[in-house]
Ligand binder design. Structure first.
Ligand code: ATP
Ligand code: MG
Length: 287
């Protein structure tokens, strides 16, 4: 397991500390703490609405936290705009295999290199993605809208690799795929890790995600509930009961598992509409 590998950097690549977030007046994340080390695959699991996507949107600054901080490579990125986060080496694969349907596979990949000015550098990056996903090379001139769901997911991942990110963040990479493509996508994720990248993913397929991951975080109602290695979480009866749909419930969690009880309130401004899609900032709270 890479987490225990003595050759690994002891400083986390990514840290999330005491993160609170709200949509309008409704707080959805409470005091979230997470760490991702270089070379790991880390999964965030939890039921619908637990706040998994909001955590990764906060890292990308698609959603802005109202308290707490996020660092990447020892640099605070909490208030960095999304394109700045991408430029530092974080690739993002959003939920839903979002591709430009009327553009070719190759053109879709080039869209992922928006920060790359040189045509030649873009071509080299496209070629590297094709080495990783030979099936995309075979279909390079095909319209993305005509790819299968699994191929579109490969394309979405490939596009996130165009800027050669250190950390790749994926939201539900296997959602809606056939079992065959779920296998293929997870094999690709392991290959990306073996190629030296670090992965943070949200997955509804919790059993599959944990068995592929070095470590995991289980969220409940916007709070850290359990954390441990993938194996520890899979073996924990309480986790099995709550997140994997089976097993015996423990009255208390083992000591090695972190359980978080009390939420920290965000000071939600009353002027925001409850339906507001953007987060609000309470600047003074960021540490
Ligand atoms: N744009 C938004 N505006 C208002 N509330 C939102 C918005 N996005 C998410 N929420 C709410 O925030 C909470 C956390 O949502 P989030 O999408 O982070 O959960 P999730 O764990 O990713 O769920 P899922 O498994 O359904 O993808 C939910 O209660 C959700 O309804
Ligand atoms: Mg989600």
């Amino acid at each position: 397991m890479r987490f225990a590998d003595s050759s690994m950097d002891k400083h986390p690549l990514l840290t999330i500390r005491q993160l609170d977030a709200s949509y309008g007046p409704v707080q959805v994340l409470f005091d979230i703490d997470m760490e991702v080390y270089r070379g790991e695959i880390v999964s965030i699991i939890g039921p619908n609405g637990a706040g998994k996507s909001t955590v990764i949107k906060a890292i990308l600054n698609i959603a802005t936290p109202c308290a707490g901080n996020i660092t990447f490579n020892n640099r605070e990125i909490t208030k960095l705009p999304t394109h700045g986060v991408a430029a530092l080496g974080i690739g993002y694969v959003p939920q839903g295999r979002i591709v430009f349907s009327n553009m070719s596979v190759e053109e879709n990949l080039e869209m992922g290199a928006f920060l790359m000015k040189e045509h030649l550098a873009r071509k080299v990056a496209v070629d590297k993605v094709f080495d990783q996903f030979p099936r995309l090379r075979e279909r390079r001139r095909q319209l993305a809208g005509r790819l299968s769901g699994g191929e579109q997911q490969m394309l979405a991942i490939g596009r996130a690799l165009m800027l050669d990110p250190t950390l790749v963040i994926l939201d539900e990479p296997s959602l809606g795929l056939s079992p065959k493509y779920v296998d293929i996508i997870f094999e690709h994720l392991i290959a990306l890790r073996d190629d030296g990248r670090t992965l943070l993913m949200v997955e509804q397929n919790a059993a599959r995600a944990l068995s592929t991951s070095d470590r995991g975080y289980a969220l409940e109602l916007g709070k850290n509930r359990y954390t441990g290695t993938g194996k520890e979480l899979l073996a924990n009866p309480a986790v099995r009961q709550m997140y994997l749909g089976g097993g015996n419930t423990l009255s208390t969690a083992p000591e090695s598992f972190h359980e978080n009880a009390s939420p920290t309130a965000c000071n939600a401004p009353t002027s925001l509409s409850p339906t507001s899609l953007s987060f609000h900032r309470t600047m003074g709270h960021t540490t």
